[in-house]
Design a protein around this ligand. Structure first.
Ligand code: AHR
Length: 495
């Protein structure tokens, strides 16, 4: 039996809703033939944006969406993607295919309005100029008379948009220019000078942060430019085959489906490492910013497996199993527990690329196990983290042992307690005994997903993974007891 303790009386940081954010890049079928089908498509759409996808994203309350990349952002020229004459360019980083720029600034901001989420724009620093950045902001946010604002009006949009989040570069240690941190810190300050707040639009400035455990990058950026930024990004992908200390195994990933138990547990260990990573970066940031004024923006995270057989490997299209769902749940629990510093996270990527919440194939759409995790966790958005912990055993293999259970809990604005708990064991259900404190509870609702680690949802077939409810869970003497199935993510709402 595992004991789980939840104390509504001990409150910590606010869980920023933007921890539940997403990322969409011009990469493979991440935008075209998925989110954006064009106005003339037989697939139901509003101004070219797929209706079923938008509805599914609204259901999980996507709070913020990052665009247009990724590495794509670092060769993107925003002027190619506005007005009636769109430039056809080569998408050099992702398969060398034609990018027709039919999805540009207006379409992206329309998508955000349809989903009802905040836009997070990633600007080109690696091959762009401060002028392009400043003109893009003027184009999007200035209400008065100016060349860019007038051009926006000519292109059909009178009112400026609100742009809250603006990233100054992407992976400038790699695809964004292979820069040293000292060099990027200077470039960052140079570009940031031209990021202006027009009217009442206030921009939250995000600097390019480290790749995984590159603490030197964080230290240098905080020291040289910490006062000029609101957020510092962090990228970490979960790949099963390697351990924390090893570099990314770009050329040697495992399959998204059809993996074995050893691979499953190694993946989960890699996912749990995010906790150590965040602690490490927080520790460095605390030295320069003890008041927590600079946020960690985990703007790329998720699993990265081999591309599906018979798909273009440059398109990074992968299936999504219960293993991915467990990784998502562990990651989100960890972000919740670090919500004093982690104020945004963006899963890579929303549709048809890497750890997607939605897969599409022509008119068909499936919701992945990861989608359901975001559904089960959405109650944490803008809640207050409360104390929770688990007394338990370890599980896994000799090579990769992991805790059997993983938890986070928060108090929602409506006073209800939202708990998310993961059973990492691939084959052992857990008798979970919850001790509740801090107030009297009388009822509990439990929803969950569970299944074989390789279970996934496929086009034209009944879903193998979907959300179920547990009937008749009673709270007695402030205790709650039920069996958590193996390989399971559950949401508990306590009243
Ligand atoms: O998400 C795919 C790629 O991974 C992004 O373009 C890049 O930022 C990262 O290396």
């Amino acid at each position: 039996m595992a004991l789980l303790f939840i104390n509504a009386g001990r409150k910590y940081s606010k869980v920023n809703k933007n921890i539940y954010g997403h990322f969409s890049e011009h990469l493979g079928r991440g935008i075209y033939n998925s989110i954006y089908v064009g106005e003339n498509s037989p697939i139901a759409n509003v101004r070219g944006i797929r209706t079923d996808v938008v509805e599914a994203l609204r259901h999980i309350k996507v709070p913020v969406l990052r665009w247009p990349g990724g590495c794509f952002a670092e060769y993107y020229n925003w002027k190619d993607g506005v007005g009636p004459d769109r430039q056809r360019i080569v998408n050099a980083g992702w398969g060398g295919i034609v990018e027709d720029n039919s999805f540009g600034t207006h379409e992206f901001l329309d998508l955000c309005e349809q989903i009802d989420c905040s836009p997070y724009i990633a600007a080109n620093v690696g091959s762009g100029t401060p002028r392009e950045v400043s003109e893009w902001i003027e184009y999007m946010t200035f209400s008065g008379e100016s060349p860019m604002a007038n051009w926006r009006r000519q292109n059909g949009r009178d009112e400026p948009w609100k742009i809250e989040f603006f990233g100054i570069g992407n992976e400038n240690w790699g695809c964004g220019g292979n820069m040293r941190p000292e060099y990027y810190a200077d470039i960052y300050k140079h570009f940031e000078t031209f990021v202006r707040n027009y009217d009442n639009n206030k921009i939250f400035r995000i600097a390019c942060g480290a790749d995984g455990s590159d603490y030197k990058w964080t230290e240098t950026l905080m020291r040289l430019a910490g006062k000029n930024m609101n957020g510092l990004s962090l990228h970490y992908y979960t790949m099963p085959k390697y351990y924390e200390t090893e570099p990314y195994p770009w050329e040697n990933k495992g399959p998204a489906v059809g993996f074995d138990k050893g691979n499953y547990y190694r993946t989960l260990r890699r996912a749990l490492y995010i906790d150590e990573l965040i602690r490490g970066h927080k520790h460095v940031m605390d030295q320069y910013d003890p008041k927590n004024e600079v946020s960690i923006i985990m703007d790329e995270w998720g699993t990265w497996h081999q591309a599906e057989p018979e798909t273009n490997p440059a398109f990074l299209y992968q299936q999504n199993t219960m293993r991915d769902a467990i990784v998502a749940a562990l990651s989100l629990n960890i972000f919740n527990t670090h919500s004093d510093r982690v104020h945004m996270a963006n899963l890579a990527q929303m549709v048809n690329v890497l750890q997607s919440v939605i897969l599409t194939d022509g008119e068909h759409m499936v919701l992945t196990p990861t989608y359901h995790v975001f559904d089960l966790f959405k109650g944490h958005q803008d809640s207050t983290l409360i104390e929770s912990y688990v007394q338990q055993d370890m599980t896994g293999t000799e090579e990769a042992s992991v805790p059997a259970l993983h938890i986070s809990a928060s108090e929602r604005a409506d006073g209800r307690i939202h708990v998310t708990v993961v059973n990492l064991s691939v084959d052992e259900p857990q008798q979970a005994h919850f001790l509740l404190a801090g107030k009297e509870f009388s009822s509990a609702e439990v929803r969950f997903i569970a299944g074989d680690m390789n279970n996934h949802n496929q086009f034209g077939q009944p879903p193998q993974v979907e959300v179920h409810s547990m009937p008749d869970i009673k709270v007695k003497d402030n205790c709650l007891h039920f069996e958590l199935p193996a390989c399971c993510v559950a949401e508990i709402i306590l009243d």
